[in-house]
Write a protein that binds this ligand. Structure first.
Ligand code: VIB
Length: 222
C-alpha cells in the first residue's frame, strides 16, 4: 500500500517540524523561561496573521467542488478564528497589552511574507493547492500542541496557549481537514501535486519563521 497524500507531505517537512520543536521560543514556553515581551510580540503578530488566514480559508472554501467542502472551510474561517480571538482577548490583557492597540503595531516582514504567500496560493491556485498551503497552520499547531501538552508549563499564560492546541477538540478539527486533503490529494495530476507539495513545504517553513521572528522581535530594516 502506498502512503496517503498527507503522510507523504508530512515526510518532506519532518526536518522543519523538528527544527520548530527545538526552537528556543517553544522550549521557552514549556520551561517557562520565554520572556513576556517575545510572547507579546508573537500574539500581536498573530492577530494580523489570523485576519488574513481567515480570508485565505474563505477563498479556499469558495473553490471547493462540493457544498460539504465549502461548508467546512467557511465554518473553520468563522469558528476557529473566533476561538483564536478569544485566546488573544484573555492573554493580551494578562501581558499588559490592550487588544484595541494592536492595530498600531505593524505587521512584521515575516507576517507580511507568510500571509501574502497564503493569499496568493488561495486566490491563484486550485482548491488542492490552496488546501496544501493552509494545512501546515492546522497540522503543525496540533502536533506542537500535543507535544507541548505532554511537557506542560509553569507559566499559566503559556499553559493556556498550549491547552488551546493540545486538546482533543482541536485534534478532531485537524482530522477533518486531513481526511478532506487525502480525499482530494489522491486524484491530482503530477504538476498540480508538485505545486501543492511546494506550498505545503513553504508554509511549513513560514511556521518556523513566524516563531523565529517573534524570538528576534523582528522589525523592518528600513
Ligand atoms: C502563525 C500561526 N500559525 C498557525 C496558527 C494556528 N491557527 C490559526 S487559525 C487556525 C485554524 C484552526 O484553528 C489555526 C490552527 C496560529 N495561530 N498562528
Amino acid at each position: 500500500m502506498t502512503d496517503s497524500w498527507t503522510t507523504r507531505l508530512w515526510t518532506q517537512v519532518e526536518p522543519t517540524y523538528r527544527a520548530i520543536l527545538a526552537h528556543p521560543f517553544l522550549t521557552g514556553l514549556t520551561d517557562g523561561s520565554l520572556e513576556q515581551t517575545r510572547f507579546a510580540y508573537y500574539l500581536a503578530q498573530d492577530a494580523h496573521y489570523l485576519r488574513d488566514y481567515a480570508r485565505a480559508l474563505a477563498v479556499v472554501g469558495a473553490k471547493a467542488a462540493t457544498h460539504a467542502d465549502t461548508g467546512l472551510f467557511a465554518r473553520h474561517a468563522a469558528e476557529t478564528v473566533a476561538v483564536e480571538l478569544a485566546l488573544h482577548e484573555t492573554l493580551l490583557p494578562q501581558l499588559g497589552l490592550d487588544p484595541a492597540e494592536l492595530d498600531a503595531i505593524a505587521p512584521s516582514p515575516t507576517t507580511t511574507a507568510y500571509t501574502s504567500y497564503l493569499l496568493a496560493a488561495a486566490y491563484g491556485g486550485t482548491f488542492a493547492e490552496g488546501v496544501a498551503a493552509v494545512l501546515p497552520c492546522y497540522w503543525i499547531y496540533q502536533r506542537v500542541g500535543a507535544e507541548l501538552a505532554g511537557r506542560g508549563s509553569p507559566d499559566p499564560r503559556y499553559a493556556r496557549w498550549i491547552d488551546t492546541y493540545g486538546g482533543d477538540a482541536f485534534a478532531a478539527t485537524v482530522s477533518e481537514v486531513l481526511a478532506l486533503a487525502d480525499r482530494i490529494g489522491a486524484a491530482l495530476a503530477p504538476d498540480e501535486s508538485a505545486r501543492a507539495a511546494r506550498h505545503f513545504a513553504t508554509t511549513s517553513r513560514y511556521e518556523w519563521m513566524f516563531w523565529d521572528a517573534a524570538w528576534r522581535r523582528e522589525a523592518w530594516p528600513v
